[in-house]
Design a protein around this ligand. Structure first.
Ligand code: AN7
Length: 354
């Protein structure tokens, strides 16, 4: 039988050549017993996508996207990014042996992600504008220069990300009642929904989870469209949140995300930066699950829904926690008390521990 990794599901993926792979997928599904009990939820799980090769779920999209770039004879790959897409693109392009170009919003990308993009050899450009502007620019660049665009506007990215749902079902031994994802460009929630729809069409499963998206209060165009029952998402011109990974005002997959949410009787909501940081801390200290701020938004959203009485206590809920804690060490250092510094003798040590 095949190992629980992304290419286990190769028949449901478009690549027909040898894939560019870093053994992505097969991420842990953790039962959040402590946080679940606090919320009265028996079956609360977190799928830790930070345990992928580059530390986020983006690797699932990139193993397919970069493989397709080679299959299509493309010479250079490019993306705009709030950080994780650029880190993953750089890493997979390096594996593929082709150059990569990434556009980042200057000053708004977590340290770990910049380090990865640089070390893996991408051409890293920081623009004086936000992610949405970077995406416009890299789109124009790719059209003018014939580079291969690998943002989630590229359907091959979503193909790889479908596998999050496939694995969760294999690990859970059944279909969850609800899948919860943080939403930025809205590719991931759309991808998981597409994949589960395929499993239904193929007769592997017979129910669809309620697709639930969580955004930051300062960057919540999808949550607003759902709460205000709008036909489409109205872009937010000035998205702002400490969870810089989801600081996106004009999600390119908005239409797909609204469909995923509405067709599955799901929902979308927003949480404050404080709620995001509090949940990042709870996941780390109560469950041993280390994630970056944006990833904690999914569990923070469940906490909010549970407290508002919107959840059935028997619901089987899978929250996708999308990126590793190490991605954004600066935010952690700012949130925590600094280490206690002492003279290097036992006396001093005992005095601070008593
Ligand atoms: C940790 C983390 N959690 C959630 C999201 C939102 O996923 P989408 O809703 O599919 O965009 C991102 C997205 C990051 C980028 O968009 C990028 O890296 O350019 C992320 O890094």
């Amino acid at each position: 039988s095949r190992p629980l990794k992304l290419w286990r599901y190769k028949e449901l993926l478009p690549v027909s050549r040898e894939p560019v792979t870093l053994q992505e997928g097969g991420t842990p599904l953790y039962h959040l017993k402590t946080i679940g009990e606090e919320l009265g939820l028996k079956e609360l799980y977190a799928k830790h996508e930070g345990m992928n090769p580059s530390g986020s779920f983006k690797d699932r999209g990139m193993t397919v996207g970069v493989s397709m770039a080679l299959q299509l004879g493309m010479k250079t790959v490019a993306c705009a990014s709030t950080g994780n897409t650029s880190a993953s693109l750089a890493q997979y392009a390096a594996k593929a042996g082709i150059p990569s170009v990434v556009l980042l919003p200057a000053g708004k990308v977590a340290l770990g992600k910049v380090a990865q993009a640089l070390m893996h050899g991408a051409k890293v450009i920081a623009i004086r504008g936000n992610f949405d502007r970077a995406l416009e620019m890299v789109h124009d660049l790719c059209i003018k220069e014939g580079l291969y665009l690998l943002n989630s506007v590229n359907p091959y990215r979503l193909e790889g990300q479908k596998t999050i749902g496939f694995e969760a079902i294999d690990q859970l031994g059944g279909v969850p009642d609800r899948m919860v994802l943080p939403v930025g460009n809205a590719g991931n929630i759309s991808a998981v929904h597409k994949g589960l729809g395929e499993l239904i069409k193929l007769g592997f499963i017979d129910s669809m989870p309620m697709m639930t998206g969580v955004q930051a209060e300062g960057s919540r165009p999808v949550a607003d469209a759902i709460s205000k029952k709008l036909p489409e998402v109205i872009p937010d011109k000035n998205p702002e949140t400490i969870a810089t990974a989801i600081r996106i005002g004009a999600p390119v997959n908005a239409e797909k995300a609204l469909r995923a949410i509405r067709e599955t009787n799901g929902t979308a909501l927003s949480v404050t930066d404080e709620e995001i940081l509090a949940m990042q801390r709870d996941l780390a200290r109560k469950e041993g699950v280390g994630v970056e701020p944006a990833s904690a938004a999914s569990v923070a959203g469940i906490k909010k829904m549970a407290e508002e009485g919107l959840l059935d206590k028997d619901e089987r809920i899978v929250c996708v926690v999308t990126g590793h804690l190490l991605k954004d060490p600066e935010t952690v250092i700012r949130q925590c008390e600094p280490p206690t510094e002492i003279d290097a003798d036992l006396e001093s040590l005992l005095s601070v521990l008593r």
